[in-house]
Ligand binder design. Structure first.
Ligand code: HEC
Ligand code: HEC
Ligand code: HEC
Ligand code: HEC
Ligand code: HEC
Ligand code: HEC
Length: 335
């Protein structure tokens, strides 16, 4: 190769690298300069109302001053599960479609078409992760054979790092996710940030099953969820291989791809819904991260919890699922 051609290639390469915007956290969360204003969005030097010098009494209350129903400091309204245009920044390109459902669902309401009928109306959620520092059972937390799970308090900052740069060396992570969520133990799962950012689901019709994620993000999110729900992480073959655990004895694949999918190990047949059946599997194939409005009837409403208890039941047994009842199963397997 000639010298001139080398120069040309180098030039093209650096143009490509420069055109690629740096992956960065968003809003007041990280990427701080020496003269940043961001700290003042959340901290007071002399008149703080909460520990860690927070403006509000609790860190979750702080998050909700911007991300809550009446917040005006962020476009993502996580309580109503919807993207709005309400802060003072005009993003370019857009980071979501206004009035469309957020990828994580919502904590109080969600705009999910869980009934698969084409309705995007906001409905109250039937299940969600806790966010107010109260305690629940993190099912599957702990080592093999250690019972159904461990008690754990959960709030926004358990999963998200308000200062961003959580990936070590100040590297941005996807949605400020902490590689080691608070209370999870010691394992670390670093998920690189997405670029460009997009907070709403793909489909205008509110269907939450079959969303597009960057492949690596999607795959790593399974290991990330399992920093707390350790024993839910199951590779291909786990459906017919005894794990040795009394509670989580045989488990549906929850990470990676089924061997060739088609009917091997019971995977979806070639006649399965091809839109979904070939998706690699992650926790977020079937679940959302914040909360879901899915309803549960019949058998699906009365599934015992991993500790054998039967309450709550009914719609409250929706377990953050993306589709009513067992729609997630049928959409892939087409039985
Ligand atoms: C989006 C809100 C937010 C912004 C912006 C923010 N902080 Fe914080 N900060 C918090 C929260 C929430 C905590 C408590 C963390 C916890 O509970 O884990 C905290 C804790 C801290 C702590 C003590 C614990 C630790 O992580 O070291 C320091 C120091 C701190 N912040 C400094 C800063 C500085 C300096 C800035 C500006 C560069 C800043 N913060 C910007 C929300 C914020
Ligand atoms: C002062 C306002 C403000 C406060 C307080 C605040 N945020 Fe944000 N946050 C924003 C803005 C602005 C964005 C950019 C996206 C948007 O407009 O919603 C954002 C984005 C985010 C994102 C997405 C980041 C990414 O990588 O794309 C997460 C997650 C988040 N915030 C969590 C929190 C949590 C947890 C708290 C409480 C500890 C909090 N925020 C407090 C303003 C705020
Ligand atoms: C920081 C630890 C932690 C992480 C990380 C975590 N969870 Fe949880 N999860 C909990 C705790 C604690 C509970 C029980 C209390 C509650 O419902 O929030 C729970 C409950 C659940 C439930 C049952 C909720 C219900 O009410 O039926 C599902 C489903 C779930 N988690 C899925 C996930 C998925 C999927 C991810 C990854 C996106 C994830 N979890 C990440 C701690 C965690
Ligand atoms: C159990 C862990 C967990 C808790 C608790 C949690 N989040 Fe999240 N959050 C996630 C994950 C995982 C995603 C990415 C979901 C996706 O892309 O499908 C996310 C996404 C987000 C986003 C981006 C918009 C969206 O809906 O995808 C914002 C903003 C956010 N979270 C803020 C918050 C705030 C504020 C709280 C507390 C009220 C909170 N989160 C509590 C795990 C959590
Ligand atoms: C193929 C779909 C699917 C995948 C993938 C999946 N889940 Fe589930 N999950 C369900 C269903 C359905 C339920 C409701 C209970 C049942 O039928 O077992 C559930 C229930 C749960 C619960 C509530 C407790 C319980 O067992 O009933 C937790 C916690 C949970 N899942 C976590 C996870 C985590 C963490 C991952 C990824 C490591 C994951 N799930 C992957 C479908 C799935
Ligand atoms: C994203 C598509 C997808 C979804 C959603 C899905 N499955 Fe599967 N299923 C697979 C794949 C791929 C395999 C093959 C796994 C392997 O190779 O071990 C499989 C395997 C199975 C098996 C055989 C397990 C074995 O090894 O014996 C059963 C039974 C099954 N699924 C039932 C379900 C049920 C019930 C649901 C709903 C809770 C569900 N599936 C949701 C893709 C899916």
């Amino acid at each position: 190769m000639s010298f001139r051609r080398w120069i040309f290639l180098l030039g093209a390469l650096s143009a490509l690298l420069c055109a690629q915007p740096v992956r960065a956290d968003n809003g007041p969360h990280g990427g701080y300069t020496a003269t940043t204003d961001a700290c003042a969005g959340c901290h007071r030097a002399h008149t703080a109302q909460g520990n860690n010098l927070l403006v509000t009494g609790s860190s979750t209350a702080l998050c909700l001053t911007c991300h809550g129903t009446t917040g005006t400091g962020a476009d993502t309204d996580v309580m109503d599960g919807v993207y709005l245009q309400r802060d003072t920044t005009t993003e370019s390109p857009d980071e979501g479609e206004v009035n469309r459902g957020l990828k994580a669902g919502g904590f109080l309401y969600a705009r999910m078409d869980t009934a698969w009928v084409g309705s995007t109306a906001a409905r109250p959620v039937t299940s969600s992760h806790l966010w107010d520092a109260s305690t629940g059972t993190a099912w599957g937390s702990g080592t093999w054979g250690s019972g159904p799970g461990e008690a754990m308090a959960l709030e926004c900052v358990s999963c998200h790092d308000p200062h961003g740069g959580a990936g070590g060396g100040n590297a941005a992570t996807y949605r400020l996710l902490r590689p080691t969520p608070l209370g999870s133990g010691t394992s670390a799962v670093m998920i690189a940030d997405e670029n460009p950012k997009h907070y709403t689901i793909d489909a205008a019709d509110g269907k939450y099953f079959g969303q597009t994620y960057e492949a690596v993000t999607f795959n790593n999110l399974a290991a990330w969820c399992a920093t707390c729900h350790d024993r839910y992480l199951a590779t291909a073959g786990s459906g017919h291989t005894y794990s040795g655990d009394d509670v989580f004895a045989y488990r549906h694949i929850s990470v990676g791809s089924g061997c060739g999918c088609h009917n091997i190990n019971g995977g979806p047949p070639p006649t399965g819904n091809t839109t979904y059946a070939h998706q690699p599997v992650s926790c977020l194939t079937c679940h959302v991260a914040h909360g879901s409005s899915a309803s549960m009837g019949g058998y699906a409403a009365h599934v015992a919890w991993p500790d054998g208890s039967t309450a709550p039941s009914g719609d409250a047994r929706s377990a953050l699922l993306r589709v009513d009842n067992r729609g997630t199963c049928e959409l892939c397997h087409n039985k």
